[in-house]
Design a protein around this ligand. Structure first.
Ligand code: RB5
Length: 141
């Protein structure tokens, strides 16, 4: 299962991403926010990260205005490796090299078409499992 969450600034892009996941038949759960009223991005990062840490979700997708605030919040957890991505190359690389388990997008940064490509790259790329990458990730936590 993929856990997804956003604040108000990421709400519209989150809706588009969920429609895309639904079309692809990918199992996901929406952890809010559920409308575009102003709210606090750490709350949604927390809900998505909790789902991953407790084993309810394998990966997470978080969206705020820039992707940055919500990634900072997510990365407070030692089990979480959250990456802000603005293109498909970095989305693939962060899976291959960092085994990122959360991707963060900026609803005010990337358009819907680019965002959906980033999501596909993130979800379809496996961790390389290379010894160097495994060792570096171990040092993170
Ligand atoms: C909300 O205005 C905005 O600050 C937030 O979505 C995010 O971009 C923070 O990093």
């Amino acid at each position: 299962m993929i856990a997804i969450g956003s604040d108000h600034a990421g709400f519209a892009l989150k809706q588009a991403i969920m429609a895309h996941l639904k079309e692809l038949g990918i199992d996901f759960k929406d952890y809010g926010t559920y409308d575009d009223k102003s709210c606090d991005y750490p709350d949604y990062a927390e809900a998505v990260c909790k789902a991953i840490i407790e084993g309810d979700a394998e990966k997470g997708i978080l969206v705020c205005g820039t992707g940055i605030g919500i990634s900072i919040a997510a990365n407070r957890h030692r089990e979480i490796r959250a990456a802000v991505c603005t293109d498909e190359f970095t989305a693939r690389a962060t899976r291959e090299h960092n085994d990122a388990n959360v991707i963060c997008l900026g609803g005010r940064v990337v358009g819907e078409g680019v965002a959906l490509g980033i999501i596909d790259a993130f979800l379809n790329t496996e961790f390389s499992n290379g010894a160097n990458h495994v060792r570096r990730i171990a040092k993170l936590s």
